[in-house]
Design a protein around this ligand. Structure first.
Ligand code: FAQ
Length: 311
C-alpha cells in the first residue's frame, strides 16, 4: 500500500477524524471493521432469540408490550449494523452465510438458555449493561458510519438496561420465591456477562492494532473493570449477592477486585460449544429460509419499479 496514503490515513486517525466510506483506508483496517461490525450485527440478531423465548409468556400485557418492543429494537440494531458493514463493501448475503456456516462469530452470551422470567430481567440489567459499557466508547470509533450507528443504539440500550433492572427490582422486592428466582438468574448470568468483553488483554490478538486504529477506544479488561465497578452497587441496591467470593473493594486502586474468570468455558463457547449454540444457528437458518419469499418479492418489485422508471 502506498506509504503516503498510509501516512495520511494514520494522521487522520490520530487527529480523531472520522474515516468515511469513500476515503482511502488500509485493506486490513477494512477487513477488521467488516469482521467486528458484522459480528456485532450477528450478535444483535441472534440476541433476539433468548428473550424472544419469553414474549408469549411474559407475566402481564405491559411486560409483553415492553419485551416485544425491546426485541424489535435489537432487530433494528442488527439491520443498522449490517448497513454500516455494507458501506465497506461486504454484501449482506455473504455476512449472513458466514454466520450460518459458523465462520463468523456472535457474542458468547447468547448461547445461554433463558429458563425463567428472571432471565429477562438479568439480560436487560447485565447483558444490555455490558453492551452499553462497550458501545458508549464506540460512538467515537474511527469509522464514521459505525460511530453514528452507535449513537442511536446506545440510547435504546440504556432504555433496555433500565427495563431489565426494573424487572429485577420487582422480583427482588417480591415473594421469597421471586427473590430466589432473581438471585438464581444473577448467579447464572454474572460470569457469562463478564466474558462478553472478550479475552483478557494479554490473550486478545486484535486489541493492539484495533486500539492503534482507534476502532476500539478501550481494552477488553478496562471495560470489564468499569462494568464490575458500575454493577456491584446496583446488585447491593437489589439486595442480591454477586456469585463471587473474591469480590472486594480495593481502596488503593479505586475499583473492585474480582475472582478468576473461567476462560476455558469462554473459549469453548467461542468455538461453538455453548449450551444453546446449535439451537441458535438452526433458528437463524430457518428464519432465513422461511423469509426467502419476502426477499424474492422485494427483488421482483424492484425490477418492476425500475422498468416503470425507465419507461
Ligand atoms: N463472543 O482479539 P479479541 C449486543 C472473539 S452486545 C464471541 O479481543 P476484538 C446487544 C473475537 O471476535 C454483544 N467471540 O477481538 C444486545 C476474536 O475472534 P475473531 C455484541 C468473542 O474484536 C443486548 C477473538 O475472540 N457486541 O449484542 C467474544 O478486538 C441484549 C479474539 O478476541 C459487540 O460485538 C465474545 N464475547 O474484541 C442484544 C461489540 N469476545 O473475530 C440483545 C463490538 C471476543 O478474530 C440482547 N465488538 N471474541 O475471529 C467489540 O467491541 C469487539 O469485537 C470485542 C472483541 C470486544 C467483542
Amino acid at each position: 500500500e502506498p506509504a503516503d496514503l498510509v501516512a495520511a490515513f494514520e494522521a487522520r486517525v490520530a487527529a480523531d477524524e472520522f474515516i468515511e466510506p469513500k476515503d482511502w483506508m488500509p485493506e486490513a483496517y477494512r477487513r477488521t471493521l467488516i469482521r467486528q461490525i458484522s459480528q456485532h450485527a450477528h450478535s444483535e440478531i441472534v440476541g433476539m432469540l433468548p428473550e424472544g423465548n419469553w414474549i408469549t409468556r411474559a407475566p402481564s400485557l405491559r411486560r409483553k408490550a415492553i419485551l416485544l418492543a425491546k426485541v424489535q429494537d435489537e432487530g433494528g440494531h442488527g439491520l443498522y449494523l449490517y448497513s454500516a458493514a455494507e458501506t465497506l463493501g461486504a454484501s449482506r448475503a455473504e455476512m449472513i452465510d458466514a454466520l450460518h456456516a459458523g465462520k463468523a462469530k456472535y457474542s458468547t452470551i447468547f448461547n445461554y438458555p433463558t429458563p425463567t422470567w428472571a432471565d429477562i430481567g438479568a439480560i436487560g440489567w447485565l447483558v444490555d449493561g455490558a453492551a452499553i459499557m462497550n458501545q458508549v466508547p464506540l460512538q467515537r470509533t474511527s469509522y464514521g458510519p459505525y460511530a453514528r450507528a452507535m449513537v442511536r443504539v446506545c440510547k435504546e440500550e440504556s432504555f433496555h438496561q433500565r427495563q431489565g433492572y426494573e424487572i429485577m427490582m420487582t422480583l427482588a422486592a417480591g415473594t421469597p420465591a421471586q427473590r430466589r428466582m432473581a438471585q438464581d438468574a444473577l448467579d447464572r448470568w454474572w460470569w457469562p456477562a463478564l466474558m462478553m468483553f472478550g479475552p483478557p488483554d494479554d490473550q486478545s490478538p486484535n486489541s493492539e492494532q484495533s486500539m492503534r486504529w482507534r476502532i476500539k477506544r478501550d481494552t477488553n479488561d478496562e471495560l470489564r473493570q468499569k462494568f464490575v465497578d458500575a454493577t456491584v452497587p446496583q446488585a447491593e441496591l437489589l439486595g442480591l449477592t454477586i456469585p463471587d467470593p473474591d469480590l472486594r473493594w480495593n481502596e488503593a486502586r479505586g475499583g473492585y477486585d474480582f475472582g478468576a474468570i473461567e476462560w476455558e468455558e469462554f473459549f469453548a463457547v467461542v468455538r461453538g460449544e455453548g449450551p444453546c449454540a446449535r439451537e441458535r444457528i438452526e433458528a437463524r437458518r430457518k428464519a432465513w429460509e422461511d423469509g426467502a419469499w419476502v426477499r424474492e418479492a422485494a427483488d421482483a418489485y424492484e425490477v418492476k419499479r425500475r422498468q416503470r422508471l425507465a419507461a
